[in-house]
Ligand binder design. Structure first.
Ligand code: CUA
Length: 164
């Protein structure tokens, strides 16, 4: 066998497409990196473990809702279950910073707050946390965006941001 026969025979056009695909991959990776940095994307990590069986009886989720830590600084504990969020509605003044702690007592849910970068997967046994700065008065819906059964489409609530 000659050296030529042992080498890979890549058609010229094929080679061009392989190079073009590799360049595209690099462009996509750069696009993801740049947009995640520019868009301030924070990957939600589980910040605590809870027992889904007792989460509504003990700990902060036994009494879910809004807590004011300081003027303009809030924590919102939201318990999700099929097919509702508790509480369904919270109200804060404009300019507030709200840290959402969300967990589930049954199946997997989702939590997306319209108009913000809050978008989390809600897994039973884990607490997901993200913070939003709510500057503009208005009503912001939060919805479950992970299919969780028959009532999934009815699983939503809202954050009301009142003018200062
Ligand atoms: Cu909860 Cu979909």
């Amino acid at each position: 066998m000659t050296a030529e026969k042992r080498s890979l025979h890549i058609n010229r056009l094929e080679r061009r497409w392989i190079i073009a695909s590799a360049i595209l991959l690099v462009i996509f990776m750069l696009a993801i990196t740049v947009t995640s940095l520019a868009g301030g994307i924070a990957v939600p990590a589980p910040v605590a473990r809870v027992n889904p069986q007792t989460v509504d009886k003990e700990g902060p989720f036994a009494n879910p809702g809004l807590r004011e830590l300081a003027p303009g600084k809030y924590e919102a504990y939201i318990l999700s279950q099929i097919w509702s969020f508790n509480p369904r509605e919270i109200t804060v003044p404009a300019g507030s910073s709200v840290t959402f702690y969300v967990t589930s007592k049954d199946v997997q849910h989702g939590f997306h707050l319209d108009g913000t970068n809050i978008n989390m997967q809600i897994v039973p046994g884990q607490v997901s946390r993200l913070t939003a700065k709510l500057d503009k008065p208005g009503e912001y819906n939060f919805i479950c965006h992970e299919y969780c059964g028959l009532g999934h489409a009815a699983m939503f609530g809202k954050v009301i941001v009142t003018p200062k």
